[in-house]
Design a protein around this ligand. Structure first.
Ligand SMILES: [Zn+2]
Length: 316
């Protein structure tokens, strides 16, 4: 069946394929970081909690400020070195959420949440990975101002990639939370579910956090069984996606369904059911007779579903 020209070229996955070279070797070199920040080509993404600040423009707004432009917006709470793009430094500047909220009154600025920016394509897609990087690490800083070990105030070091506790000498590193997201497949059918949080008519892959002591495969098995009552066998890794809401890493997999009878966990899902290839193809193409849809291309679920439709999934 593949390829599927009717579905058009494969879209870009949101927040992934970063062009940022992280240059981790510079993180502890404050002289080098100061020099990079002083370079006129340096740029900063400005974030206040869930809000991203951009310079309003048509057709695309610009979320990359000069260092001076960023500091003129609001006082920086934390500044993180994201890395370099085309040799120029990129920083994430965290401002107070209230300060970002106050910037909404300015007509020259777009101040909104990252989901809206990504879903509506309000900025060049190239900016999404560094914004995701900045948002996730700044979120971590905002919640680790005190040492989890002894309660003393911690200090940002290493260009924002560590916090040190001066009292007990503990070192704290930014974390990311693994989430499995999987498309369970039963021959010519796949399993999709609906969360009550979804926009009406959208169906997606099941997903859940990987728990401590659990492998990716075990998490896929457990979540699919818990949410839909479907036992799975073989699990095949597809690809992953940073998901900065707030600090997740989505691990996309296809799973071979062993059971057929769905039992929906109504505390997690509004509904779950099998979809055949024809119906899913119509959903991907936004041509479903009842208006049902898959998630948009910014989400890895779209790509997991499309890969199955395009016969790219093999359980060996
Ligand atoms: Zn401590």
């Amino acid at each position: 069946m593949s390829p599927r020209p009717d579905l058009g070229p494969k879209p870009r996955l949101g927040y992934a394929d970063s062009r940022i070279e992280r240059a981790a070797e510079l993180r502890n070199d404050t002289t080098a970081l100061d020099k990079l920040a002083a370079d006129r080509r340096a740029g900063a993404y400005v974030i206040g909690g869930e809000l991203i600040v951009a310079k309003k423009a048509a057709p695309l707004s610009n979320p990359l400020f000069t260092m001076q432009g960023a500091s003129a917006l609001a006082p920086a709470m934390e500044t993180v070195f994201l890395g370099r793009a085309d040799g120029a430094a990129r920083f994430g500047v965290g401002i107070a959420p209230a300060a970002a909220e106050a910037l909404k009154t300015r007509g020259d600025l777009l101040v909104t949440d990252l989901r809206s920016i990504a879903m509506q394509g309000l900025v060049d897609a190239e900016h999404l990975p560094p914004i995701a990087e900045a948002k996730a690490v700044l979120h971590w800083h905002a919640r680790h101002r005190f040492c989890p070990n002894c309660g003393a105030p911690t200090q940002l070091v290493a260009g924002g990639w560590k916090r040190d506790c001066p009292a007990c000498k503990a070192e704290h590193f930014p974390r990311t939370d693994p989430v499995v997201i999987m498309l369970a497949v039963d021959g010519e059918r796949c399993l999709l579910g609906r969360s009550p949080r979804f926009v009406p008519s959208m169906w997606s892959c099941l997903a859940g956090f990987v728990e401590p002591g659990e492998s990716i495969e075990d998490a896929v098995h457990r979540e699919t069984l818990e949410e839909a009552g479907i036992a799975c066998g073989r699990v095949v890794y597809f690809r992953s996606q940073p998901w900065p809401f707030p600090t997740s890493l989505m691990i996309g997999c296809h799973a071979e369904a062993l059971g057929k009878d769905i039992v929906v966990d109504k505390t997690e899902l509004e509904d779950a059911r099998w979809f055949d290839r024809q119906e899913v193809t119509a959903m991907l193409a936004r041509k479903h007779p009842q208006g049902l849809t898959t998630p948009p291309p910014v989400a890895i679920a779209h790509h997991l579903i499309r890969a199955w439709i395009e016969d790219e999934v093999s359980f060996g």
